[in-house]
Design a protein around this ligand. Structure first.
Ligand code: PLP
Length: 560
């Protein structure tokens, strides 16, 4: 990225820290739509992390899995039920290049994994591939899951070694890849270190980011499975079965948790919003009896180059903002003085595009809700009093996938699909197969971005950031990122304490604030500008990656 001196952020800030090299491990990466190896927010965040690291020139490589069948393509049956189809991904057509092969023992069965390389700008992403193991993302039983996670953690460390890459820091992005710590211990012990020494070194050079307080996101395996699949690897690091199992234990879960394992073996751990940091500290307090859990917070961001609508980026550049530069250099305050007419023309064009896709009215106040159908996100809240909703001059667009094993999530989706063909036809549209590309059309094409999680279950919630940077106003429960971002200049906060109270609040806000403000166009445009100018720099992924680099990557490399 060019600055006045033509040096990158990394060169200017950490040019002397020549030893830093970060290996960023994640179970999913959402870099582009066609490379369908992501399911939702976690993957898109990981993809955005790589893109921002490339922009800033942070020395970083990504490590993940290449799922032959990707994540499922969503359809809707005649009854409105989600259907799932897995489409074979073609690595060559996606621009992947085969680099090396490594062997991994998966419970007594030695497999050979191919390692593909995919470039995200200057950042290489290495993807391991054993067709019968990496058949699909989040498919299969517990045995299948532990095999995938061993392949990611253990195979990933070996792949980097085989490639001659020597990371100074390992970033475990969510617990799925936490077995990498055991493989690193084995390597250090085989090179002559004591087990204790090895674990201490690993702790100092591991960064762990936890992404959700929801149990389904915190992987737990039965002890038997862990002993069977990880026991002999741990033994070669001098770790007995008993010691291994102790690393994954916590008060409130039976079995072996990857979050406790990662927390015990990382000196740098964080939640993904300030509120989530508090929630995670409380949740994992039991691992640190007698003192505060050392879990900090780095709030997520989104990659502006991916999520800022191109027309708006152009308007910003014309107005003296450099949206592609690191926040401190980009002159975001200038967005407050955007020309109102020009901003509305940009927004009207985005609304038109969505209206055409969805069969909606391009003029009407449009409310968007698109994210995974997990029940805690309460997608049904806004329809809980359908008559009251339909009395308003609004239309709603909904999209999202339910996890293949999430029956209740599929039920919610089915109810919405039924409404969209029945009582709410013409005013509610469900768009199938939510992915990055669809998100790029839906989010900037709305006026309001609705978010109704049951507090405090939403750790961050990045789609609201994608909305905010585009001047799409957030109407959201004060959870995740919105708990720290909310200001009445930018949007609205739903502050109930029960489902019923939240629904009542939501309707009141729509009736008394949102609709009248939308009709007073000038006041609305002022909020759009405030949202862009105030929130784009704070919730840009560049700001997030800069925080990881300054607070974790550089100090961990120096042995701090
Ligand atoms: C941003 C994004 C998400 C995450 O949305 P949340 O608000 O965090 O739930 C999920 N899926 C896709 C395709 C996205 O682009």
């Amino acid at each position: 990225m060019a600055t006045t001196e033509n040096a990158t952020w990394w060169a200017r800030t950490h040019g002397a820290d020549g030893d830093v090299l970060v290996a960023y491990f994640s179970m999913e990466f959402g870099v582009e739509t066609r490379l369908a190896i992501y399911s939702g927010g976690l993957g898109v965040l990981a993809g955005d992390h790589l893109k921002a690291a490339a922009d800033l020139d942070v020395p970083l490589v990504g490590v993940g899995l290449f799922y032959r069948g990707g994540y499922f393509v969503q359809g809707v049956s005649g009854e409105g039920r989600q259907t799932e189809k897995y489409e074979e991904l073609d690595p060559e057509a996606l621009g992947l290049r085969r680099e090396v092969e490594v062997e991994v023992d998966l419970g007594g069965e030695v497999v050979t994994a191919g390692v593909w390389r995919y470039d995200v700008g200057s950042v290489p992403l290495y993807l391991l591939d054993v067709p019968w193991v990496t058949d699909a993302l989040y498919g299969g039983d517990r045995r299948h899951r532990i095999r995938q996670e061993l392949l990611l953690g253990v195979g990933g460390v070996r792949a980097l070694h085989a490639l001659g890459i020597e990371p100074s820091v390992y970033h475990v992005n969510e617990g799925h890849s936490a077995f990498l710590t055991i493989e690193r211990a084995r390597m250090l012990v085989e090179a002559g270190r004591s087990t204790e020494d090895a674990l201490e070194q690993i702790r100092h050079t591991t960064v762990f980011t936890t992404h959700t307080p929801v149990p389904a996101g915190n992987e737990v395996f039965g002890d038997d499975l862990v002993v069977r699949y990880v026991g002999s690897l741990a033994e070669s690091a001098g770790i007995s079965n008993e010691q291994l199992l102790a690393l994954g234990r916590s008060d409130d879960t039976d079995g072996f948790g990857l979050t406790p394992l990662a927390l015990r073996l990382s000196a740098h751990a964080n939640g993904v919003s300030q509120l989530h940091g508090d929630v995670a500290r409380e949740m994992w307090q039991g691992l640190w009896p007698g003192r505060e859990a050392p879990i900090d917070a780095i709030t997520n961001g989104v990659h502006l180059g991916t999520w800022l609508a191109p027309e708006l980026a152009e308007l910003l550049r014309d107005s003296g903002v450099e949206p592609d530069a690191p926040p401190a250099w980009a002159n975001w305050p200038a967005a407050r003085t955007l020309d109102s007419g020009a901003l509305w023309r940009v927004h009207a064009a985005r609304k038109q595009r969505l209206a055409e896709l969805a069969g909606l009215d391009p003029e009407r106040l449009t409310i968007g809700f698109a994210r995974r159908f997990a029940t805690y996100k309460r997608a049904g809240l806004v329809y809980s009093d359908l008559e009251r909703l339909l009395a308003l001059p609004v239309q709603v667009v909904v999209a999202g996938k339910a996890h293949p094993q999430d029956g209740p999530g599929k039920d919610v989706m089915q109810q919405i699909v039924e409404l969209s063909h029945g009582a709410a036809a013409g005013r509610l549209v469900f768009l199938e197969d939510y992915d990055i590309e669809l998100a790029q059309t839906i989010i900037p094409g709305c006026d309001i971005w609705l978010n109704t999680p049951r507090r405090p279950h939403e750790a961050s919630g990045t789609s609201g950031m994608k909305a905010a940077i585009n001047g799409v106003l957030n109407l959201s429960v004060l959870d995740g990122w919105w708990a720290e971002a909310y200001d009445s200049a930018y949007g609205w906060a739903i502050e109930g304490t029960t489902d019923e109270a939240d629904a009542t609040e939501l309707y009141k806000l729509l009736e008394q604030q949102v609709v009248p403000r939308f009709e007073a166009r000038d006041a609305w445009l002022e909020m759009m500008k405030a949202s862009i100018a105030g929130l784009a720099p704070r919730f840009s992924m560049a700001r997030t990656v800069i925080e990881y680099a300054d607070r974790y990557y550089v100090p961990a490399t120096r042995g701090a």
